[in-house]
Design a protein around this ligand. Structure first.
Ligand SMILES: [Fe+2]
Length: 266
């Protein structure tokens, strides 16, 4: 659907406001453990959320519930997987993004950008993420503080609409024993493969958003279709695809409930 059509059909954010009033706000908390040799280090808990899609189709209460679930889990690190908006970035959307990210009181937060961010004024979104305490990683890496300073988070640009530069990003993590790659979509996998990553986190697919009981019906991209949601082992690389929180195009999710994930890296 063309964006101008969405803007007219969903004028004044009526679906989000209706869902805020009558819709459910259940967010699944997915837990996984990743075993990596980390001698003498305490377990690292990473909270991951993707595809907020702040806009006319995503109820604020649902977003607040997702970040509430993450705050309850008290992870060591918060990772944000991109696509913060649906349709154009505005000051009001940016304020909500900043408020949600600030809600999870952890010392280290990082964010990557998605296609919906790069289609709009992403400087506004990046500033909001930073106001919320997150560092935006576009082809950059961030070494975690002690006692998790053996770990680097590697953030790549969006593989659909950006310019992933894995050489640059992974070079900044070269002396880290454990590298965790974050990229908006499963299409980022070719940039992460063979780089010694212990885990790859992504979103973008929404698990199909409108799915059948047996699985998604339509997912964009051939890697998204292969890995639509959940944890996969790709030649020894654990690859996790979040269903995300918000919606695009249609104010509905079917058999693709919102999720946040907690990864414990042992
Ligand atoms: Fe996306």
């Amino acid at each position: 659907m063309r964006e101008w059509v969405s803007r007219i059909i969903y004028a004044r954010d009526w679906p989000a406001r209706a869902l805020d009033r009558w819709g459910g706000v259940r967010v699944e908390v997915i837990q996984h453990r990743i075993a990596v040799p980390r001698p003498g280090r305490p377990p690292l808990r990473i909270g991951f959320v993707s595809d907020l899609h702040v806009g006319p189709l995503t109820p604020t209460r649902l977003l607040e519930a997702a970040f509430e679930r993450l705050a309850e889990q008290a992870p060591d690190v918060l990772v944000l997987g991109g696509d913060y908006v649906f349709l154009e970035a505005t000051a009001a959307k940016a304020d909500l993004i900043a408020r949600l990210v600030a809600r999870v009181a952890v010392a280290t937060k990082i964010a990557v950008l998605g296609n919906h961010d790069l289609w709009t004024d992403h400087a506004l979104i990046e500033a909001a993420l930073e106001r919320g305490g997150a560092r935006v990683l576009v082809n950059r890496a961030l070494r975690l503080p002690a006692p998790h300073d053996d770990v680097a988070l590697v953030g790549l640009d969006d593989p659909w609409t950006g310019a992933p530069d894995a050489d640059r990003a992974f070079a900044e993590a070269a002396d880290a024993a454990v590298r965790i790659a974050v990229v908006h979509a499963p299409e980022g996998y070719p940039f992460v493969r063979d780089r010694g990553a212990a885990l790859m986190l992504c979103g973008h697919t929404h698990g199909g958003q409108i799915a059948a009981p047996g699985g998604p019906i339509v997912v964009h991209g051939h890697l998204g279709r292969r890995w639509p949601a959940g944890l996969y082992d790709i030649d020894g690389l654990p690859l996790f695809v979040s269903r995300g929180i918000g919606a695009v195009e249609i104010p509905l999710r079917l058999y693709a409930p919102p999720d946040v994930a907690i990864f414990t890296v042992l």
